[in-house]
Design a protein around this ligand. Structure first.
Ligand code: GLV
Length: 368
């Protein structure tokens, strides 16, 4: 039985899942939850932090910056983010105030990767226009090619930009669709992974599962964009530095893509210049796009992506890719974001050694 921690106060800016929060309560932590659908105003986060909470549980909706760390000076000991992405947390500020923050890697990799693939199929095989046709009673007659056709995935080339965990999981799932891959990552090349994928593609061919030998290759960003029938984005949002990803997909890069190609984004909204994308869709520079993330979330009512003219070619989802029941709520830190978030929070608050050794602490550099 672990020693109880009655004096530890946690403020969760969102109900990340009752069972997971109960893990903290059972440990004796005092847990207060902001139980609304909307995120709390920043002023409330500041108020709670000023009141001396030891830990914040945050989501990607909460701006966590110098103001928050200043308010928690001497008391705030950890920010546990219920997401793998953490671009809402200012790392330099966290480091300056020596506050560790954690994220939820691994647990949402598979859910996000499979959703990216479903989005890809949904936009290219026109699942939404087809269902709408039936629901709106506009399905006049079966016809070989009217009122529209979709584009097959099988046999095509998929461009994967970003070869981290989610990009790799996406490739592992997509390879069964008998496709070629063109990949690009500006920071590293996972050679061992790429060789294993090629071996798998070769095995599928030698076993007679595919008529043609399929390949996986790395290429420059331009060559991936120019050579792919689908482009799926799996990069973190990086606004500064040598290899920023902010507006990686813009007017110029969209024009490098084939007019028959589809763009899929499950990474972060600002990786794509949405105004440029809306124009590209309208002018048929590319065939379609499926987006789960946006520059502003929720997507503003006046977003050009909502243009009814684009409805059949732009699939829009509500930042939903990791939203599988187990992935979001499991209390198992190896399966669920909620479980991983509370585990990391406990690991930090009850750490015996250096915080640099605590798994899931993102800003380890501040504690070395
Ligand atoms: C979701 O987008 C996440 O970063 O976990």
């Amino acid at each position: 039985m672990s020693e109880t921690k009655n004096n530890i106060r946690v403020f969760a800016t969102c109900d990340i899942g009752g069972e997971a929060l109960d893990v903290l309560r059972k440990r004796g932590y005092q847990v207060e939850v902001y139980n609304q659908l909307e995120p709390p105003p920043k002023s409330l986060i500041l108020e709670k932090v000023r009141s001396g909470v030891d830990a914040l549980i945050t989501t990607l909706r909460d701006p966590i910056d110098r103001e928050v760390f200043e308010a928690g000076k001497g008391t705030l000991k950890v920010v546990a983010q219920d997401a793998v992405g953490f671009d809402n947390i200012n790392r330099a500020d966290a480091n300056e105030y020596k506050v560790p923050f954690t994220n939820t890697p691994e647990v949402l990799t598979e859910a996000t990767a499979e959703f990216a693939f479903f989005m890809l199929g949904a936009v290219s095989r026109k699942l939404y226009p087809s269902e709408r046709l039936v629901r709106e009673n506009r399905w006049g007659a079966w016809h070989p090619y009217l009122p529209f056709l979709g584009d097959e995935v099988t046999g095509k080339t998929i461009g994967v930009i970003g070869l981290g965990r989610i990009g790799q999981a996406f490739i592992k799932k997509a390879l069964a669709f008998d496709v070629n891959f063109l990949c690009h990552d500006s920071s590293f090349t996972p050679s061992d992974f790429l060789s294993k994928v090629q071996a798998e593609l070769d095995l599928r061919h030698s076993n007679g599962f595919t008529d043609e030998r399929r390949t996986i290759q790395t290429a420059s960003l331009g060559n991936v964009l120019a050579g792919s029938d689908f482009v799926s984005l799996h990069v973190p949002l990086v606004r500064e530095g040598a290899t920023p990803t902010f507006h990686l997909i813009n007017e110029k890069t969209l024009r490098m893509m084939k007019p028959t190609a589809y763009l899929v984004n499950t990474s972060r909204g600002p990786v794509v210049d949405e105004a440029a994308l809306a124009r590209a869709l309208k002018e048929k520079v590319i065939a379609g796009a499926a987006l789960d993330v946006f520059e502003r979330e929720p997507l503003p009512p006046d977003s050009p992506l909502r243009d009814p003219e684009l409805e059949d070619r732009a699939r829009l989802f509500h930042h939903f890719a990791s939203a599988g029941r187990i992935t979001r709520l499991s209390t198992d830190p190896n399966r669920g974001m909620a479980g991983r978030t509370v585990r990391s929070l406990i690991d930090v608050l009850e750490a015996k050694g250096s915080l640099a050794d605590v798994p899931c602490v993102v800003n380890k550099e501040a504690f070395r």
